[in-house]
Design a protein around this ligand. Structure first.
Ligand SMILES: C[S@@+](CC[C@H](N)C(=O)[O-])C[C@H]1O[C@@H](n2cnc3c(N)ncnc32)[C@H](O)[C@@H]1O
Length: 252
């Protein structure tokens, strides 16, 4: 008995195919794709695989529910860095196409240090700021506030926009570039206050958080709401088009 077990064990250890033998036996065409010994069987890098696995879900849902997908890509404006493109489907006019993620500061809160050389600080009409920078001190502050405000295992905001794989695929509004000659604005910013009665279970998808913790229990209801900024399409936007906003909106 010991002999055939050992022989079976040895054959199993020598088995080199991807599929188990009982599947391979059922397949007539057993053409081999050989991978040299000592090399790794990788056609595309791990990072590319991970990117597809992690991002696919969000984009699929976006396409099914909203009828379009947006993604960050190299801008069509030379030297402008990255931008946001409609990559699938079509955005009808007056549709929420992106959100502006980040930490929310009231005008009296300290943002000077974080704002130095930071092109991602958005200023609302009433002087509230949203820091949408996903790097350096801005990123540390957002993560710190997110950790502070979570309630046990329950998250009160989304942190995945700080990575290349946002769970909420709308949270890329900070990458929308400014309009220029030949690239007129096709989206515009709109501010919205999330009130305290917003469903708790959905807060984990919001890519925004308060800088200060104590104001959320303030007697003044205006300090308890969370400011979010969305980008709305000004016209129908087709797949392949880049989004452009007007950074210099004058509200009279
Ligand atoms: C909020 S960020 C937008 C995302 C940025 N393109 C990136 O790759 O990180 C603003 C910065 O983008 C660049 N930018 C935006 N619109 C531009 C334009 N029309 N022409 C050239 N650069 C632009 C400028 O460097 C600006 O400081």
């Amino acid at each position: 008995m010991g002999g055939w077990v050992r022989r079976l064990q040895a054959r199993w250890q020598a088995y080199r195919y991807r599929f188990v033998p009982w599947i391979a036996m059922n397949l007539k065409d057993r053409k081999l794709r050989s991978v040299p010994k000592g090399t790794q069987d990788k056609i595309i890098p791990d990072s590319a695989v991970l990117s597809t696995l992690r991002y696919q879900h969000g984009l699929d849902v976006m396409l099914k529910t909203l009828g379009f997908c947006t993604e960050r890509r190299e801008s069509s404006v030379v030297g402008a860095g990255r931008g946001v493109f409609v990559t699938k489907g079509k955005v009808p006019a007056e549709t929420v196409v992106s959100m502006y993620p980040g930490t929310m500061y009231y005008p009296f809160e300290p943002i000077l240090l974080q704002s130095i050389a930071n092109p991602f600080v958005f200023r609302c009409i009433d002087g509230v700021f949203i820091d949408g920078n996903d790097r350096s001190i801005s990123k540390m502050i957002y993560r710190s506030c997110a950790g502070r405000d979570r309630i046990g295992p329950y998250l009160t905001c989304d942190q995945s926009w700080l990575t290349p794989y946002p769970k909420n695929p709308l949270a890329v509004g900070q990458y929308v570039n400014n309009q220029s000659a030949g690239h007129p604005a096709n989206v515009a910013y709109q501010e919205y206050n999330i009130k305290v009665d917003f469903p708790f279970s959905l807060r984990k998808y919001l890519p925004n958080i308060h800088y200060s913790p104590n104001l959320q229990t303030s007697q003044d209801a205006s300090y308890r709401s969370l400011r979010v900024v969305v980008l709305l399409s000004l016209r129908d936007i087709e797949a392949g088009e880049e989004l452009f906003s007007s950074y210099f909106t004058l509200v009279e």
